[in-house]
Write a protein that binds this ligand. Structure first.
Ligand code: NAD
Ligand code: DAU
Length: 398
């Protein structure tokens, strides 16, 4: 039993193949969950990388509600990964957490051999554009090198499967609309054939990973699928991103930073709708293809912030904070800030019958309520390293 992940489990485990509870004390507070001594065999689970992050944890929760198979969650638990997101399924026998780094090739190989997944859904990435502007090293390492390792090891694993397993296996790579660059006003949304023009180090690292995925299908026949999605929002999103940051700061009466003139446009999609789209692509997508996913909900950043402020006003909390809009401050623009993203999601709608269930209004209601009801989660993830990042980045008291 080699590899960092299992060693880590061994330290807190028991001698038999039974579940145990573990507690880790880290910079983001104390985390608890369930682990297994060795590994717990499941029938062809899927392997999810990055499953304790925002979209990955929503995906695992939805998977266990909607599907019958098991899930192995392979995550390094960076500042963005939080096992508390998955506390409600910690005792589900169809779920297992493996702590590891996707760049650790030997360990990735070992995990694939041990768990024999029927598919890999690859979410793990450094995901925050602003961080990639300040320091891109981890983006290159995880997003490019890590995806390369996942592809190489998936290829070796897939090549050795029996015929039925080879036929069934899929490698689904989760990517972003940012690889296409920026749109001018009135230009049609990005479609699957739009030329790549990534502008930030984050977008460039995702574009590189998309190209690697494409090449592994083209050259080696690996059964890949790629999804490129627009901006997500919803529960468990790390409060460095616009929507959760605005909700959390508005509640605490802190400044609501808007970059530049606030007129940059993003196409917003509720996270559960993104997860449903990924499940549709995984089960019915055509091997080697890419699918664009979006919410047909273009909003300027100022519209987003004003929506949150109005909702907070209606909740009638601390009267001193009314109207919350007075907390808005215009700050220095993001370097190389993309002006507008919009997705043409007609292919996935037409071919796979997917459509978002939530409107912007219903999705925002759910999201704001979730953040207001889960202040303990917010407090936990906004401690430690995150506070340092915020104070350096905004030069504000976090
Ligand atoms: P996130 O930052 O919330 O979570 C990333 C997860 O990956 C964390 O759990 C982290 O611990 C893990 N991770 C990071 N480096 C790792 C490594 N080396 N090994 C193993 N695990 C590692 O990200 P998210 O917002 O949930 O995004 C998930 C994926 O979806 C990313 O690939 C991102 O590019 C893509 N995406 C995000 C959005 C969005 O709006 N958030 C939109 C489109 C696509
Ligand atoms: O488009 C998909 C992408 O969406 C994903 O690939 C990324 O992983 C995800 O982080 C997100 O990237 P953005 O840069 O669009 O998201 P962010 O929430 O950081 O910013 C949204 C917009 O709001 C952007 O125009 C910058 C602006 N902004 C952001 C923050 C954090 C502000 O005006 N103020 C802020 O404090």
């Amino acid at each position: 039993m080699g590899g960092k992940g299992f060693d880590w489990l061994r330290q807190t485990g028991t001698e038999t193949l039974r579940p145990f509870l573990f507690t880790i004390k880290g910079t983001c507070g104390t985390r608890s969950g369930r682990g297994w001594k060795g590994f717990y065999p499941m029938d062809n689970p899927i392997l999810v990388t990055g499953g304790a992050g925002f979209i990955g944890s929503n995906f695992i929760l939805q998977w266990l509600r909607q599907e019958t198979g098991g899930v192995i969650n392979f995550d390094k638990l960076t500042y963005a990964g939080n096992l508390r997101n998955l506390a409600s399924i910690a005792t589900d026998a169809r779920y297992q957490f493996v702590h590891g780094d996707i760049v650790d090739r030997d360990f990735v190989r070992e995990v694939l051999q041990r768990h024999q997944p029927s598919a890999i859904v690859h979410f793990a990435a450094e995901s925050h554009v602003d961080r990639s502007i300040h320091c891109a090293d981890d983006f290159i390492r995880t997003n490019i090198e890590g995806t390369f390792v996942m592809l190489e090891e998936a290829r070796a694993y897939w090549a050795n499967l029996a015929a039925a397993g080879r036929e069934r296996f899929r490698f689904l790579h989760v990517s972003t609309d940012e690889v296409y660059g920026s749109l001018g006003p009135g230009e049609p949304g990005f479609c699957e054939t739009t030329a790549y023009a990534p502008n930030s180090p984050y977008a460039a690292s995702k574009a590189a990973s998309d190209h690697l995925v494409r090449a592994y299908h083209h050259t080696h026949g690996l059964p890949t699928l790629t999804t490129n999605c627009s901006n997500n929002y919803g529960p468990y999103q790390f409060p460095e991103k616009l929507i959760p940051l605005t909700i959390v700061n508005a509640r605490r009466g802190k400044p609501l930073p808007v970059y530049g003139d606030g007129l940059n446009v993003r196409d917003w999609l509720y996270v559960e709708d993104h997860c449903e789209a990924i499940r549709a692509v995984l089960s019915r997508g055509k091997v080697g293809e890419t699918y664009n996913i979006g919410g047909d909900t273009e909003k300027t950043n100022l519209e987003i912030v004003e929506t949150v402020c109005s909702a907070m006003d209606e909740l009638k909390g601390d009267a001193q904070l009314f109207p919350h809009k007075k907390l808005v401050i215009f700050v220095k623009d993001r370097s190389g800030h993309d002006r507008r993203y919009a997705m043409d999601a007609s292919k996935i709608k037409r071919e796979l019958g997917w459509a978002p269930r939530e409107t912007f209004e219903s999705g925002m209601r759910k999201t704001i309520s979730w953040f207001l009801e889960n202040d303990e989660w917010v407090r936990e993830v906004t401690s430690g390293q995150y506070r340092e990042w915020m104070s350096t980045h905004y030069a504000l008291e976090p």
